[in-house]
Design a protein around this ligand. Structure first.
Ligand SMILES: O=C(O)CCC(=O)C(=O)O
Ligand SMILES: [Fe+2]
Length: 391
């Protein structure tokens, strides 16, 4: 699977040429397609099927991938024992991922294991999802609504200051403080032990990957129980309903840290970005329209220009392909929590759809242009026809 690698040179926000596709550089974006005809999958998922959980079987591939893939199994396999389904899906995945990728994933697992078995967390309570401790009342209330009203209740706490960008209050101040201290504690440990850690992505030189020091379970829950629901409502065109893996990290800005972040797209379908604090000036995000791979460097239209100022505890959520960057943090320290959420199913489906991707601003324009053109041609044809009749 080809993964775009980011380069580290920031670009002026007004000039999208050679925009950076920023990745975490581990090459773990998965895709699913059996190359062998004996292994069949359905084209469309069975949305009503309640998939099994595979948490205890996640040695080779991430367990969420199995739950997500299960809905694509042929009907006669949906209700067979879990082990049978597991083996069937594992064989498909093995055909798809290369030996090299599997070795890289194994190495990454060992790297995580080494950290987790040596690092002593400061706040154990951060390592299990605890909604009432993490989230503000409005957010909790929106998600506690009964299933019938849930979409409406989630929509009611969201603002959409620019098309495709949503903001909402999310994290409690105490939770932000605790997470900041935990990250500081982790960095202190890294410094003292001289452990060589991987930075969050190809553009940030500071910050830490939360998944690498034990928070993967918490962030899995955050994605599964909250972000997937939000994304299902607002981002169905990029597989928001089928998010099945994530990359969770914090980024740190200040005069002695990363100062700004160049214009880029994320290696995600949906990105959640929450400001944790502390005190800072600057650091605004700038957005410049959503683009597919083909149009990533195309021009920006005035209606796509949007700037956003971070505030502690407040979240912003957008498509990963929404071009953006962060302006310089001019004083103090800004630390943000990022969750890049991915859908392997969407990535696979996208490969088969070569043009007019629904989410891309430029594809939409092209589509509209062609439609207008064909309507005009049809009109002309009809007029000529009428002329023939009249003469
Ligand atoms: O600094 C920010 O708030 C944005 C970070 C970001 O866009 C990213 O890490 O992908
Ligand atoms: Fe980003």
């Amino acid at each position: 699977m080809a993964i775009e690698r980011g380069n580290d040179s920031p670009l002026p926000p007004t000039s999208p040429a050679n925009i950076t596709a920023v990745t975490n550089g581990t090459g773990t974006g998965a895709g699913l397609a059996p190359s062998n005809a004996n292994y069949r999958l359905r084209l469309n998922p069975n949305q009503d099927h309640r998939a099994d959980t595979y948490d205890d079987l996640g040695m080779e591939f991430t367990p969420l991938l199995f739950s997500s893939l299960e809905r694509y199994l042929p009907p006669n396999l949906l209700d067979v024992p879990r082990d049978t389904k597991y083996k069937y899906m594992r064989d498909i995945l093995r055909r798809y991922s290369t030996e090299g990728e599997r070795t890289r994933e194994q190495k990454h697992k060992e790297y995580r294991q080494k950290i987790v078995s040596n690092y002593q967390p400061l706040y154990r309570e951060l390592y299990t999802m605890n909604p009432s401790m993490f989230f503000v009342q409005s957010f909790l209330k929106a998600f506690n609504a009964n299933e019938k009203n849930k979409d409406e209740s989630i929509k009611s706490i969201m603002s959409e200051p620019s098309p495709g960008v949503y903001t909402f209050d999310m994290l409690q101040p105490r939770f932000c403080e605790m997470l900041l201290s935990e990250v500081e504690n982790f960095e202190k440990w890294v410094h003292e032990t001289k452990f060589r850690i991987m930075r969050p992505n190809t553009m940030n030189k500071f910050g830490a990957v939360l998944d690498d020091f034990g928070m993967q379970g918490t962030l899995d829950k955050l994605m599964e129980d909250f972000i997937r629901h939000i994304s299902k409502i607002f981002f169905p065109d990029v597989g928001g309903y089928s998010l099945d893996s994530h990359h969770g990290f914090v980024v740190e800005y200040g005069m002695d840290r990363d100062v700004e972040l160049g214009f880029h797209v994320d290696d995600s379908e949906v990105t959640l970005n929450v400001c944790l604090g502390k005190q800072f000036t600057g650091g605004e995000l700038f957005f410049r329209g959503v683009r597919c791979e083909k149009h990533v460097n195309s021009e920006t239209y005035p209606e796509e220009i949007f700037d956003y100022a971070h505030a502690p505890g407040r979240a912003i959520i957008h498509r990963g392909r929404h071009r953006h960057g962060a302006r310089a943090t001019t004083s103090g320290h800004r630390i943000n929590l990022l969750l890049w959420c991915r859908s392997s199913v969407f990535r696979e489906l996208k490969k088969h759809k070569k043009e007019f991707l629904n989410f891309c601003g430029e594809c939409k324009r092209e589509k509209k242009g062609r439609l207008l053109h064909s309507v005009a041609a049809k009109k002309k044809e009809l007029l000529v026809g009428e002329g023939d009749i009249a003469s």
